[in-house]
Design a binder for this molecule. Sequence first.
Ligand code: PEP
Ligand code: MG
Length: 752
Amino acid sequence: MRGAFGGPRVLLRRLREVMAEPVTAQDKLDRIVVLIAANMVAEVCSTYVLRADGELELYATEGLNPQAVHRTKLGRGEGLVGLVATQAEPLNVPDAQKHPSFSYKPETGEEIYHSFLGVPILRAGNTLGVLVVQNKAHRTYADEEVEALETTAMVLAEMIASGELSAIAQPGAEPAVRRPLQATGVPLADGIGLGHAVLHEPRTAATENLIAEDVTKEVVRLDEAVQKLQTSLEELLNPDNVAPLGEHRDVLEAYRMFAHDRGWLRRLREAVQQGITAEAAVERVQSDTRARMLRATDTYIRERLHDLDDLANRLLRILTGRDHGPIEELPQNAILVARTMAPAALLDYDRTRLRGLIIEEAAPTSHVTIIARALGIATVAQIANIASMVEEGDALIVDGGTGDVHVRPPEDVQKSYADKVKLRARRQARFHKLRDKPSITKDGVTINLMMNGGLLVDLPYVEETGAAGIGLFRTELQFMVSPTLPRAGEQEALYRRVLDEAGDRPVIFRTLDIGGDKVLPYLRAIEEENPALGWRAIRFGLDRPGLLRSQVRALARASAGRTLHMMFPMIATVSEFDEARDVVERELTHLRKWGHELPERLLLGAMLEVPSLLFDLDELFSRVDFVSVGSNDLFQFLFAADRGNSRVADRFDPLAPAMLRALKSIADASKRHGKPATVCGELAGRPQGALALIGLGFRSLSVSPSSIGSLKAMIREANLSEIERAVAKLTQDEDADARELLATLAQAAELS
Ligand code: PEP
Ligand code: MG
């Protein structure tokens, strides 16, 4: 576009000068609209700002009646301006008054203007306001003019996001971007985090970075960055490179396609040519993508847009020099905010400063969740678009118990959470005192309380919590966080350290439970329609025994001269257990033949998580040394409800009679055969769940380290005979009184 003042580049340069002037926010806005109107040869240019109450308020105008400023307001979706805001798309009409959405505001005097071009003021996909130009003539604005106005709107987006406009806002009508927000997502890892936002995906943000000094230089910077991006993706996809940086190959293939996508590259270059920096151009195009993502209902399209969004992040990292090297120093009390996150990425942050994690896309069984839980970081997921609503450094509260997230919370909310944190700390201190006390009910029954783990970071918890051992060691976690397949020596080293740390306490190693949702980045995933029911865990282990065999060897060598507890995940028939045992025995024979020292004692168990085994319990118990109940999967398969799908995961009650009867049959079989059965799913870690399990006859629970203290406190207050009576009733029928009793008993421990 060539306006009277020479097109968008000149305009942007002038805008930069205005932004740098030491004048009030209102003065700046007033000058900006004058400049835009002149540059675009428009008779009117107006800025509307979205307020916290959802209204769009006229903040500045050139051409409309100045008296209307701060007086004219449009409701959500009202008029053409409202339409632009809700659709987050430009609207270009030659005769505004004929448009069905037109809403007449007499105080503005706009009736003499016919053509209308409105663009959303977007930041990271969020609408912060609307920028409008109008002319008397009936005209349709050219595509370049639309683009130029969109680019100009970025300057306003930065200004609004900076909070500068609060100074001129009417009391109680703050711009939406700075308002406190409260949202509830899915709680993934318990704990309360208070702190300040750190954005995992970078955003350049600063106004001074927005407008280019030298356009030719920016074009070169962009081209170089794109080339670097393309080369890095090619490298990752190189068949010799088995370790594509923790990312899934198919995703990378899609990235590669997009990284060469002409449309995307053209839009980036055009944005730079309009006079903004390469970073701002990426953000500009990314902002459109995100706005489209928010509107898209088709999952396929959403996913593709998601890929594009991710790619833009990579490009930003390259441009800002954050593509490699250590993550810069975190502030104290950091709350990490991410759209998505690879599990290994979480380990790159300084754990001692991380208080919380908010992640848009993660489920309770996502890998990153498992790591967050292991690190004890309060985590909440599935809050749509949170990463766009938060600014770096914003005050944040994450409640991993309830799923509540507060952005820029008011003082009273901050205070009440600070009190909650103190209360929790006092409780923790109380639990800590119980560390060396036995886990025994009032009527003298001992409950073996063990912890779940899988990574080196878990090991200090054995001592800290006073756990009786590690009842479930998820060996796949080492594989999931590693960018390449851990070599046998690395596996052995981890197992040895775990055993050393645990000392006399038993560690029950579960062989690799991969497949299903637990995808290894460096193994090509197989497309399955129902991955949870697919080729996973021991099924995979038996069909492709190479991995299983080397793991068994690593376990055996690490346990030389000690007891080795090993169990197999997802056993569905007793013959599968037999086959797995044969693999183990063959490996031990092999090691013996080569003169290796063997474990002093070998105990083999099966995970009971597939309901078919419920009907073969005597056969199973006669073969195994012990059983471990994976209540997460058992529940998922019993009720046919995907544990990772928030729509159905909470639909059924894990203490429903059907589940209790299933569990009771296991506890009874364990007693009949005199072989231990431990419950190691999440159910065991919840107070009522643990009580129910004890009441059904289980004497061993393995839970996340953070649950051990509260469970021990509860057990020490409990009377087994009382619990047994309540649970017997619940098993018969969903007895409200019995449920109440369990709740009361559980609560008593919380308060004691
Ligand atoms: C379970 O299924 O309950 C279990 C403990 O295993 P995971 O959660 O690792 O599938
Ligand atoms: Mg399981």
